[in-house]
Write a protein that binds this ligand. Structure first.
Ligand code: ADE
Length: 232
């Protein structure tokens, strides 16, 4: 059982987004538990302030360290990276992170029992959070989102579907995009001809060796066209 604890100022964002498709089924099957917590719960002032102005000046507000440290301590029993159990990860979603990938998703799915996701907001998060609390600072790509919530949901989805039993069959995740360093091969279904566009003959041939060869080749061509960087 893997447990996700999300710390966010918009916990309601996750209420419905974790309730669809494979993530919903994995929760129902007891493979994963996902709980969204309100960061304001770990403030101690009357107005539940979670942000403040940046030292050194500049635009925007910065998430204060105290509520994030208190939240992680409440959820893990520890408040320093060195003290976490091996299988506990504290992830900060931020555009300054290491880039999240299928390999990172695989590693998290295999080696964690608790993942605490810290969703950044405003202009940033006090750097002492990254320095002392976070085990993995992750970005989902080279663009800036208005907050870590959507990124957290991307990560949850990518990790949950890799948990044993989450997909219909155990092999479904083995031959998909990225798992072999290439994009997935093209898929077709009926009808065999649609608006003048034909399904490649080989796929209708029943010759499985030929089909296998065509798929490998088509995957390579697609990768060459859309993601030449993957071919090195
Ligand atoms: N927060 C803002 N932008 C982000 C990104 N690209 N990845 C993760 N968290 C973010």
């Amino acid at each position: 059982m893997l447990r996700f604890d999300i710390i966010s100022i918009f916990p309601e964002f996750f209420r419905e987004t974790v309730d669809y498709g494979i993530v919903r089924r994995a929760r129902a099957a007891g493979l994963v538990e996902i709980t969204a917590h309100d960061l304001r719960r770990w403030t101690s002032d009357k107005h539940h302030v979670v942000d403040d102005r940046p030292f050194g000046g500049g635009d925007g507000m910065v998430l204060k360290p105290e509520p994030l440290f208190a939240g992680v301590e409440a959820l893990t029993g520890k408040a320093r990276r060195e003290d976490f159990a091996q299988d506990t990860r504290v992830v900060l979603l931020s555009p300054q992170g290491r880039v999240f990938s299928q390999a990172v998703a695989q590693e998290l799915a295999e080696n964690s029992t608790q993942i605490v996701l810290l969703c950044g907001r405003y202009e940033g998060v006090d750097e002492r959070v990254s320095d002392a609390l976070v085990t993995d600072e992750l970005s989902i790509g080279d663009y800036v989102l208005s907050g870590g919530e959507t990124a957290a949901m991307v990560m949850i989805d990518a990790v949950v579907r890799l948990l044993p039993g989450a997909l219909g069959s155990d092999t479904s995740a083995v031959f998909e995009s990225f798992s072999e360093g290439l994009l997935d091969y093209p898929h077709y279904t009926r009808p065999p001809e649609f608006r003048g566009m034909k399904v490649p003959d080989v796929l209708l041939s029943g010759n499985h060796a030929e089909i296998e060869r065509w798929r490998k080749d088509a995957a390579r061509r697609k990768t060459q066209r859309n993601r030449p960087d993957l071919l090195k």
